[in-house]
Design a protein around this ligand. Structure first.
Ligand code: AMP
Length: 174
């Protein structure tokens, strides 16, 4: 089972967090293949224009999904990493704020985008990514995650903004 290939590391990066580590899934060829196939299958007829992936694990999975769909890939990065003209969105963390950026010309108005990341928890990161994509008038048609932590409410919050959400593995609790 895909879930069995995900390693849980307690108290990382801080006490009380159960870190869901997908490096063990990625290292297992059959599991990686299955995860990409399952992330891709809901969208094969959705006329996806581009896949956007969130730094850093969203790059690994998102680029593979883009290849499987035959689309281009757009990186959404942490502040200060992209060389060209960017758009940016800041969002609240438990302590302080974080900023994500994307090249302003990465997508055109009306382009249909699928957002991919490894995991959705509170949804703060994914909702910020959706704001970023919508700021250049891209149409976010859906979002895919390997892991959903449903009790933290992120997937529900994303669905509330009108986005179809598809995830492969759920871990109850946090
Ligand atoms: P959130 O913005 O709360 O939905 O958090 C999602 C982002 O934080 C994703 O990019 C994840 O990679 C990372 N993340 C949050 N919680 C965990 C966790 N328990 N295990 C692994 N990564 C996590």
């Amino acid at each position: 089972m895909l879930k069995d290939t995900i390693r849980t590391i307690p108290d990382y990066p801080k006490p009380g967090i159960l870190f869901r580590d997908i490096t063990t899934l990625l290292a297992d060829g059959a599991a990686f293949n299955q995860a990409v196939a399952q992330l891709t299958s809901p969208w094969t007829d959705a006329r996806v224009g581009k896949v956007a992936g969130i730094e850093a694990r969203g790059f690994i999975v998102g680029a593979a999904v883009a290849q499987a769909l035959g689309t281009g890939f757009v990186p959404i990065r942490k502040r200060g990493k992209l060389p060209g003209d960017t758009v940016s969105v800041s969002y609240a963390l438990e302590y302080g704020t974080d900023t994500i950026e994307m090249h302003r010309d990465a997508l055109h108005a009306g382009e249909r985008v699928l957002l991919i990341d490894d995991l959705i928890a509170t949804g703060g990161t994914a909702l910020a990514a959706v704001s970023l994509l919508r700021s250049v008038e891209a149409e976010v048609i859906g979002a895919g995650f390997v892991i959903d932590l449903p009790d933290l409410g992120g997937a529900a919050a994303l669905r509330d903004t009108g986005i179809l959400v598809h995830s492969l593995v759920e871990f109850p609790g946090h």
